[in-house]
Design a protein around this ligand. Structure first.
Ligand SMILES: Cc1cc2nc3c(=O)[nH]c(=O)nc-3n(C[C@H](O)[C@H](O)[C@H](O)COP(=O)(O)O)c2cc1C
Length: 169
């Protein structure tokens, strides 16, 4: 899929077919994530691939807005690793870029995905640290539920001329 087409047709997918996602496809998602830009090329991320059904089913108890994990065959937890961070205040932007790359790579492969926010909600961060047995230096940042789409939301028109300002406000 061509890059601009992928960007403009990607939508959050929250309903999934009961069909597994191969490790090869998951690897493509992770590789795309690791190609994301990061401040000073610090690449301060770690990824936890959750395929275990019991772990997936428990996610909505921690994060009510991630109920789609009960249906998704896989969910990737994008985490920040403070031991890899050279510029402490930039990891949120780095991890956000990684999440977006996963969403686009999923779409390009015919998969569907949705971003569910974890950080900066302290209760979610603490609960996922416990749920996934994370070391102290690892901060869970976002969940990306992934699977074969069972819905096809329409592509909206989002360009707004009044949000664009050339050479100052
Ligand atoms: C930081 C962030 C957190 C989000 N958290 C959730 C979430 O917890 N649950 C959910 O269903 N969608 C979540 N979304 C997805 C947004 O709802 C979605 O991107 C938005 O409605 C626009 O729809 P689109 O992705 O189809 O363009 C999140 C998106 C972002 C960027």
């Amino acid at each position: 899929m061509e890059a601009l087409q992928a960007i403009k047709t990607r939508r959050s997918i929250r309903k999934f077919l009961d069909k597994p996602v191969s490790r090869e496809m998951i690897r493509e998602l992770l590789e795309a994530a690791m190609f994301a830009p990061s401040a000073g090329n610090e690449q301060p991320w770690q990824f936890i691939v959750v395929e275990d059904r019991a772990l997936l089913d428990a996610i909505p108890r921690i994060c009510a807005t991630a109920s789609m994990c009960r249906q998704s065959p896989v969910t990737i937890m994008v985490c920040a690793d403070s031991s890899l961070s050279k510029y402490p205040d930039f990891w949120v932007q780095d991890c956000s870029a990684a999440v977006e790359n996963i969403l686009l790579a999923a779409h390009a492969q015919g998969l569907g995905a949705v971003w569910a926010g974890v950080y900066p909600l302290k209760d979610r961060v603490a609960a996922f640290q416990k749920h996934l047995d994370l070391p102290e230096e690892i901060t869970p940042f976002a969940l990306v539920a992934v699977g074969f789409p069972a819905e096809t939301p329409a592509a909206p028109q989002r360009y707004k001329e009044d949000r664009v300002h050339y050479n100052g406000w």
